[in-house]
Design a protein. Structure first.
Length: 351
C-alpha cells in the first residue's frame, strides 16, 4: 500500500512540475477568444495507467495539452490514474462536475482508447452542449466521442523498405501486444516494407511482451530480457521495438553491450538518437500537434471531423535521421512516396 501511495504522489508531483514548466494559461502569448477564458473553458485530460513520463506517446499528449493551454485561454486538469478503476472514477468526476464547476465548455480528453470499454457501463457518459469527448486512438467501440489518432503504418513501411537496402537484413520485431491497433499498424507497415524490399516475409519470433490489448507498454524488465536473449540467440542486425516506454531498456542493453556486440534499433514516437550511437533514425508520432490542432478547432468552434487519422504525408508522422547518419537520408527519401501510397491503400482497406 505504501508503494501505491508513493507512486500516486510521484505521478501528481510530476504532473504538477510539468504543468508549471509547459503551461501558463495567463501567458501574454495566449490567443484571446470571445468564447473562452480560463473560467469558462476546461480541458480535463486523463492519461493512461502507464502514463506521463513514458518518454514517448503519453508525454507527447501531455505536451500537446499544455501547449494548448498556453496558446488559448483555457484551464486544464491533468489526471494520472494508477489503475483502470481509478480512471473510471476520474472520468465519472468529470461528468459529476458538469453543472458545479461553472465552465461553459468542457473537454474530456482521453489519451488512450483503452478506456473506451468503460463507457459500456456508463450510458450517461455522452457529449452534450457543454461537454465534448476526445479519444486519442480508435473508436471501434462506437462510443459518443471524437476519435483522433496518428498512423505509423506509412513511416514504419518506409523504415522496413529502407533498412534492407542498407544491409540490415536480419531483423527482430518486438510489440507490446498483438491486439492494440497502433502496434498492429506499425508492425504491419514495417513488415510490408521489408517484404517489398527483400521478397521475404518477416517472421515475428518472440514478438510480444503481453497478450491483452493495452498492455506491455511498461514491461521494462521483459524488454531488457528480450533484447539480451533474442540477440544472443539470433544475432539480429536490427530490432524494431513498438513497446512504448519499454524501448528505453532496449537502448540500455545496447549501451551496456556496445563494446562486445553491435546491432541497431530506432526510436518510436519520439526522437531517441541520444539513447545510443546505434539508433540511426526515429519514427516520430507527433501526437502533440494532433492534440493542439483539435483544441484549436474546439476553442474556435470550427467544424471537427468525428474520426481523423494523421498520416505520413501530413505533418503528424515522420522519419527523423540521426545526425551521425545523415548519409542515410537519401535512402529514406527514395521510398517516401511509395510509403505514402502504401499507407493510403492500407487505411482504405481497413475502413
Amino acid at each position: 500500500m505504501g508503494k501505491m501511495k508513493f507512486f500516486v504522489f510521484l505521478s501528481i508531483l510530476l504532473a504538477t512540475c510539468l504543468t508549471s514548466c509547459f503551461s501558463d494559461s495567463n501567458s501574454s502569448s495566449a490567443i484571446s477568444e470571445p468564447g473562452c477564458t480560463p473560467d469558462k473553458c476546461l480541458i480535463y485530460a486523463v492519461y493512461s495507467v502507464a502514463g506521463i513520463g513514458d518518454q514517448g506517446y503519453q508525454d507527447l499528449v501531455y505536451y500537446g495539452v499544455n501547449k494548448a493551454v498556453k496558446d488559448y485561454s483555457v484551464s486544464v486538469e491533468n489526471v494520472q490514474p494508477y489503475s483502470l478503476d481509478s480512471a473510471e472514477k476520474f472520468i465519472q468526476t468529470f461528468f459529476d462536475e458538469t453543472k458545479k464547476d461553472g465552465y461553459k465548455k468542457r473537454l474530456l480528453l482521453l489519451s488512450t482508447d483503452e478506456y473506451n470499454g468503460l463507457f459500456k457501463d456508463h450510458p450517461k457518459w455522452k457529449q452534450s452542449k457543454t461537454n465534448s469527448i476526445l479519444v486519442i486512438g480508435n473508436n471501434r467501440d462506437s462510443i459518443d466521442a471524437y476519435a483522433w489518432d496518428v498512423s505509423l503504418y506509412g513511416a514504419s513501411y518506409q523504415a522496413g523498405r529502407t533498412i534492407y537496402e542498407l544491409g540490415l537484413d536480419s531483423v527482430g520485431v518486438l510489440g507490446a501486444n498483438s491486439k492494440t491497433k497502433a502496434v498492429q499498424d506499425a508492425i504491419q507497415g514495417f513488415s510490408d516494407g521489408y517484404k517489398k524490399a527483400s521478397s521475404r516475409t518477416l517472421e515475428v519470433d518472440y514478438g510480444f511482451l503481453e497478450e491483452e490489448e493495452g498492455t506491455g507498454f511498461d514491461e521494462n524488465l521483459a524488454a531488457y530480457l528480450f533484447a539480451s536473449f533474442v540477440y544472443m540467440k539470433h544475432q539480429f542486425d536490427f530490432i524494431f521495438p513498438v513497446i512504448g516506454g519499454g524501448s528505453v531498456e532496449i537502448y540500455r542493453f545496447m549501451r551496456e553491450m556496445q563494446d562486445s556486440i553491435s546491432f541497431y534499433s530506432c526510436g518510436i514516437d519520439v526522437n531517441q538518437e541520444h539513447q545510443s550511437d546505434n539508433i540511426p533514425f526515429s519514427i516520430e508520432k507527433k501526437t502533440d500537434l494532433l492534440v493542439l490542432d483539435f483544441v484549436s478547432k474546439w476553442v474556435l468552434e470550427e467544424e471537427i471531423s468525428n474520426n481523423f487519422i494523421g498520416t505520413l504525408d501530413s505533418k503528424y508522422a515522420d522519419i527523423v535521421v540521426s545526425k551521425n547518419y545523415s548519409d542515410w537520408q537519401s535512402h529514406f527519401d527514395k521510398y517516401l512516396k511509395e510509403a505514402q501510397d502504401a499507407e493510403h491503400s492500407y487505411l482504405e482497406k481497413a475502413q
